[in-house]
Design a protein around this ligand. Structure first.
Ligand code: ZN
Length: 578
């Protein structure tokens, strides 16, 4: 088995050897006898077989084959030929949503409505103390339901308690009758701007609330306590660590989220590096004050800017398209901000050098952001790193516009595999060439930053890499890949999860590579991600995750301790509960 125990070299031996060989012992930890690989920062991959970590957690030196290394470091770790890669960076996550999804009902593994209802019933029985039944992860498309689920269906399994279950894409939720009543939603209730109340033929609310309409129920939810948030953050970090994610961009940080990050930092519980994008201009100002915050807690936390939403998601037909939906000619989606509002918010952020990340999924939404950038870039000059989040559906003519102002395409390969058939239905065949167009964007000079959008997709960067190089799902479908001209190389995919993601968060000088001067964030993995088959890449196993030169997680040790940490209800046991 792997032997990554650090071996301290006794001071006596060091002294003796030193006298014999006149070699000065070096402080720090030597990671030796590995198959190391890292993006070289120029688009290629550098191979090496050892590196030295300074006591402050930076990489002090990288050693290539045959290169002389210090014989006597404070600690030496024999990697026994294992593969070591940089810590992965997830460029688009929702940290607290991920954490809460682990603490509440997870419907992402329910493959039918019946299965979902059984899980909800089991959870309800197992949590008699919960005032609300909360959960996430359902997807009626995956269930093959052909319609949305209803409040009445939920009423049967929720024992009269209010229930609110957000859809997998977080662009809407499913309420039961008690929740609709708690929110005062009746046949007479008008949907708020940017939202939709799904109704029965008679106009009564049917159960699902889309986009802004979800706020009607969400305003009534009991607020999580600070200790609930701390527990959620711990869960999220655990999930990142076991998947080899050492740094993330948090898209939409609230004040409460930021305070949870700060509490974790203050008490040494912040392990994963978080770069925050505030959930509003107001919170951006409140957190950052006169500008982006400093890096704190040894480069573990920073507020970089703000996340804005221009449109919704494709699944719920909230994405703003240039032409009507192929499967609903009545609508082309909706903008959540007017062009003036968008420009004003972007200006306000850019004025104080906050970084701007705009959620844009539909081709019209993307075009409007690119227009805004054309307009703002003459005023707000310099290194801005404007980010478009998702950039999912692009008009071919807009792809070439990304490079103009150094715009970053922050994209999520796993969405392509999960959503391709839905995208075909929503868009029809003619608009697919600009969908998830990674290769075209890279060719046009855009920087690709890859992420998961977790909890929408699991934060599994190697799964994302496998999709990026194949355009296929876990089932190997479709044969030859979907729109295969948009596959990218392994080097490009690895870079998008490391150096590209680091660049997108103004961290390319410290994160994303195993190189001298960089933070020593790295992984021991079971196979070489550059050479294994795509199937093996998809399931690449992380054995150890190191952050800042310290082991933050190890598969071997976690098995026991994680079970003890997390008393999860046993879904397999069905109704039994705890
Ligand atoms: Zn997101």
């Amino acid at each position: 088995m792997l032997g990554t125990a650090l071996v301290a070299v006794p001071a006596e031996a060091r002294k003796k050897k030193k006298a014999e060989e006149v070699e000065k012992p070096v402080p720090g930890t030597l990671i030796d006898n590995i198959e190391g690989l890292s993006p070289d920062g120029k688009g290629g991959i550098e191979h090496f077989d050892g590196f030295l970590i300074a006591p402050d957690g930076h990489v002090a030196e990288v050693y290539h084959e045959g290169e002389k290394r210090p014989k006597y470091a404070d600690y030496r770790l024999d990697g026994e030929g294992q593969v070591v890669v940089p810590g992965m960076i997830d460029a688009h996550t929702h940290v607290m949503m991920l954490g809460f999804s682990k603490l509440t009902l997870d419907l992402s593994q329910a493959h039918s409505l019946d299965e979902a209802l059984a899980r909800i019933a089991a959870w309800t029985a197992a949590h008699p103390e919960a005032p609300w039944i909360l959960g996430t992860g359902w997807n009626e498309v995956e269930w093959g339901l052909g319609r949305l689920p209803t409040a009445a269906e939920l009423d049967n399994v929720t024992g009269g308690k209010p229930a609110w279950l957000t859809r997998v894409d977080a662009h809407g939720g499913w309420a039961n009758t008690a929740a609709l009543e708690a929110a005062g939603i009746t046949a007479k209730t008008k949907a708020p701007k940017g939202g939709r109340i799904v109704r029965t033929a008679s106009g009564a609310p049917e159960g699902v609330l889309v986009d802004a309409a979800a706020k009607l129920v969400e305003a009534k939810l009991p607020a999580p306590r600070p200790e609930d948030r701390d527990a959620a953050l711990a869960e999220a970090q655990l999930d990142f660590l076991r998947n080899g994610v050492t740094a993330v961009a948090d898209m939409g940080t609230s004040i409460e989220d930021w305070q949870a990050f700060r509490r974790a930092g203050d008490t040494g519980r912040l392990r994963v590096r978080i770069v925050s994008y505030a959930d509003s201009i107001a919170n951006m100002e409140l957190i950052g004050g006169p500008g982006p915050s400093a890096w704190v807690y040894d480069d573990r936390l920073r507020l970089s800017g703000v996340k804005l939403f221009l449109d919704g998601a494709l699944g719920s037909r909230g994405a703003w398209l240039k032409e009507p939906y192929a499967d609903d000619p009545e609508t082309r989606g909706l903008p959540l901000l007017s062009q003036t509002q968008l420009s004003n918010m972007m200006s306000r952020a850019a004025l104080d050098h906050f970084q701007v990340a705009v959620h844009a999924i539909g081709d019209e939404a993307n075009a409007v952001v690119l227009d805004a950038l054309d307009e703002l870039s003459s005023t707000y000059t310099g290194d801005r790193r404007w980010r478009i989040e998702h950039a999912q559906i692009l008009a071919p003519a807009d792809i070439t516009r990304f490079a103009a102002h150094g715009t970053i395409a922050s994209m999520q390969p796993q969405h392509e595999a999960s959503d391709r058939t839905m995208a075909e239905a929503r868009l029809g065949p003619a608009r697919l060439s600009g969908a998830y167009a990674w290769k075209s964007l890279a060719n046009a000079g855009a920087t690709l930053a890859f992420g998961s959008d977790t909890p929408v997709e699991p934060a599994r960067p190697f799964t994302g890499m496998a999709v990026a190089v194949t355009r296929q799902g876990a089932d190997g479908q479709p044969f030859g890949g979907w729109q295969p001209q948009e596959t990218i190389s392994r080097e490009a995919a690895l870079s998008a999860y490391t150096t590209g993601a680091a660049y997108a968060m103004f961290a390319e000088d410290r994160l994303g590579r195993i190189a001298k001067g960089y933070r020593a964030d790295f992984l021991f993995v079971d196979k070489d991600p550059m050479t294994v088959s795509p199937e093996a890449l998809r399931d690449l196993t992380v054995k150890e995750t190191w952050i800042g030169g310290q082991q933050a997680w190890a598969a071997e040790e976690s098995a026991k301790s994680e079970d003890a940490l997390r008393p999860e209800e046993d879904i397999e046991d069905g109704q039994k509960g705890r």
